[in-house]
Ligand binder design. Sequence first.
Ligand SMILES: Nc1ncnc2c1ncn2[C@@H]1O[C@H](COP(=O)(O)OP(=O)(O)O)[C@@H](O)[C@H]1O
Ligand SMILES: C[C@@](O)(CCOP(=O)(O)O)CC(=O)O
Ligand SMILES: [Mg+2]
Length: 396
Amino acid sequence: MQVGDIYVSAPGKAILHGEHAVVHGKVALAVSLNLRTYLRLNTSNDGKVCINLPNIDTFLSWDLSELKKLIPYMSKREEAKRLDAELLRRLREFLDISNGSLDTCNMAILAFLYIYLSLFRSSELPSLKVSVWSELPTGAGLGSSAAYSVCLAAALLSVSGATPAPLKEWDHTARWCQEDLELINSWAFQGEMIIHGNPSGVDNAVGTWGGMLRFLAGKIIPLSRVPLLRILLTNTKVPRSTKVLVARVKDKINKFPSIMTPVLDSVDAISCTCEKVLSEMTSEPITGEHYNILEELIDINQHHLNVMGVGHPTLDTLCRVTLAKGLHSKLTGAGGGGCGITLLRPETDSSVVQTTAQDLKDCGFDCWETSIGGPGVQQHSPLSVKEEVLEILNGY
Ligand SMILES: Nc1ncnc2c1ncn2[C@@H]1O[C@H](COP(=O)(O)OP(=O)(O)O)[C@@H](O)[C@H]1O
Ligand SMILES: C[C@@](O)(CCOP(=O)(O)O)CC(=O)O
Ligand SMILES: [Mg+2]
């Protein structure tokens, strides 16, 4: 087992098209953001497991002797594809968490202990301290749950020795090999299953690999030839739970299958059309017509998402305020509040961006131009972690 400090980070994501539909086997296009979640793990010998989650004011620790009692109940499992229902039930009982709980802290703790116990089930449980801090707003549609799960999976797998930590003495940052990334992604998916209920896997795939990707039924295709897109991100600050929204869409599909199926098919076609246009934009001169199509796709998809029941009055406001400046927006992630994206044209003047952002801030929203396509999960030397992040992580 590796001893010492491990620092890892994983990016958040924005879904350009395909949220919700992707849960039902349709195509999604997603891209990583320059906002990341950071994790520090250090092994200790105080006989405890501690977790510090300052974003959600959660600081807990358990004696190893308590956690060891959960191990005899764990069924033997070779792969990380499905959740171990018995372990989850025992953990819920141990933590006194009801089955339908949506509590932020409960979900985060359950995901952590589940991955920790599963990975160390057949060896000695290590005493360790984990601190996680994120630049991402939590529960706002930017994939904070996936970035959290990817960081947990990467750090715990490294400590267990299953995926050797890739950082060499002279490196500032390092990435895992493809096979190890697949393992990290599969354990992160389990964390997402605990937090989301029924995730598609697109968010943890972006958190693991970064960049822009096409996701269809678990198949991940990196899109390497994409134009540089300028995107304005707006956080309406209306809290919501991905788990609740995903369940709401499922209920609607079950209630009105013949009405909702064409909507999902249409979203699929939007994602495919968007992918085609993005690809054309790299092989021929970019024209206004490319952007006209991208904007129309955004408008149509936003209507579809409203039909699915995941809109919100604040998201309508976002679309109206930006359209007044000639800019097109849609929600991103699970919706119901949270964040939206606005496509900026290459020629959109910075004064227009600024006044639009101010109008949105006047509505009570947070708003910023973001850069997209950041790297997937990384291991860091402490030197390569921003000082303010290091201070937070090392403060516990
Ligand atoms: N930095 C973090 N620290 C602790 N828990 C986190 C963190 N980021 C995300 N989470 C967990 O993920 C949940 C939010 O996930 P979700 O509803 O899917 O929203 P999103 O992924 O869009 O941010 C939180 O309730 C919490 O359990
Ligand atoms: C709604 C969905 O498509 C994306 C959810 O993203 P987020 O948790 O809101 O960031 C669900 C999923 O793909 O698992
Ligand atoms: Mg999420």
